[in-house]
Ligand binder design. Structure first.
Ligand SMILES: Nc1ncnc2c1ncn2[C@@H]1O[C@H](COP(=O)(O)OP(=O)(O)O)[C@@H](O)[C@H]1O
Ligand SMILES: [Mg+2]
Length: 330
């Protein structure tokens, strides 16, 4: 454990001006065509305190998964710093990287994609223990306690089953148990209930909340759905086309969104709750094109309040009370 981790008040996660740009159309480029750059994450800065749960909210394609993957070092940032416990994760190698991979875990979007269908539940859960060289004699006990942690009743009955013999909700708990079995400090949950029936969502979210509180986890919860973020996160970061539009306490954003985009998200879910259906966003359906973002403010072509300045200058993310907001009009 590094000495820095004992410094009180230092955020666990500190992202500084992170960018992740993908080059697309490379094959065409080799034939003389032009490749374009998708700025999936484009100059994002935020911190997460120890034990804090932060929602990353925004429509599909705004860069949430890219941000999460960078934080887990599944992608290398194009530029910027990603500090975890005071250390830039991009400089980690060998044993240091291995330790980080045990401390920071991903909970996948679709539980059916996240597991190998040919492995039994026992084998699925044993894998991370083997990788971490936990002695074989301790594994079964660790597996059972991980299954108890995610509140699967009578956990032993699941060990010899296969993924297709489980319901979506049960399998998502297995995926959670696998992410938690090494007792990480930090988890990124990427739309963990979006593939589940609405009727079982709240149950899985309750498990997530409970586990997070019991283990004192620091968490990023990625979702396009404000209702889900509100259910599990005290703070929310609203993203649009690779940039942060608003960041603040979730309840403040729900009750008084400042950014016009946050206002649209809130208007689509008047009283956000996990088993609530959505109205369409009141800003037109045209999903933004990340290959060709507008000049100035990236949101301005869908913004009902845009003024001339919005086309020429990108607004800075500025502190406004308890929040940060990137809008010329706020
Ligand atoms: N591996 C990749 N190569 C090229 N473009 C990508 C890749 N991954 C994501 N993108 C693009 O980056 C943008 C952000 O994607 P993503 O991070 O998956 O957003 P979200 O999770 O918010 O839906 C999208 O325009 C997407 O098409
Ligand atoms: Mg995604």
């Amino acid at each position: 454990m590094s000495i820095r981790s004992t410094i009180a008040g230092q955020p666990l996660v500190d992202v500084r001006d992170a960018r992740l740009h993908y080059k697309v159309g490379g094959a065409l480029a080799s034939l003389g065509g032009r490749s374009t750059l998708v700025k999936a994450v484009d100059g994002v800065s935020f911190t997460i305190g120890r034990g804090e749960s932060v929602g990353l909210l925004g429509e599909s394609g705004c860069g949430k998964t890219s941000m999460g993957r960078m934080l887990l070092r599944l992608e290398t940032a194009t530029s910027g710093e990603l500090l975890f416990d005071g250390e830039d994760i991009q400089t980690l190698k060998g044993a240091g990287l291995k330790r980080y991979r045990a401390r920071a875990q991903l909970i996948f979007q679709n539980p059916f994609d996240a597991v190998n269908p040919r492995l039994s539940i026992r084998a699925i859960l044993a894998e991370p223990l083997e990788n971490a060289r936990i002695p074989a004699s301790e594994r079964e006990e660790r597996i059972i306690s991980a299954l108890e942690l995610v509140r699967l009743p009578e956990p032993r009955q699941f060990l010899d089953r296969y993924p297709h013999q489980l319901s979506g909700g049960q399998l998502q708990r297995i995926v959670m148990a696998r992410a938690l079995i090494l007792e990480p400090d930090f988890v990124v949950a990427d739309e963990p209930v979006s593939m589940l029936d609405v009727s079982v969502r709240a149950g899985v979210l309750n498990v997530f909340r409970d586990v997070r509180d019991r283990l004192g986890l620091t968490a990023i919860y990625i979702s396009h759905d404000l209702a889900l973020v509100r259910y599990v996160c005290e703070r929310t970061i609203v993203m649009y086309l690779g940039k942060i539009m608003e960041d603040g306490p979730t309840e403040d954003i729900v009750h008084d969104p400042l950014h016009p985009y946050a206002q649209a998200l809130v208007a689509a879910v008047p009283v956000p709750h996990p088993d609530q259906s959505h109205a369409p966003l009141p800003i037109g359906r045209g999903a933004p094109d990340s290959r060709n973002p507008p000049s100035g403010c990236v949101f301005r072509d869908r913004c009902p309040r845009a003024i001339e300045l919005c086309a020429t200058a990108a607004p800075e993310l500025r502190s406004v009370g308890t929040r940060r907001v990137a809008c010329h009009l706020v």
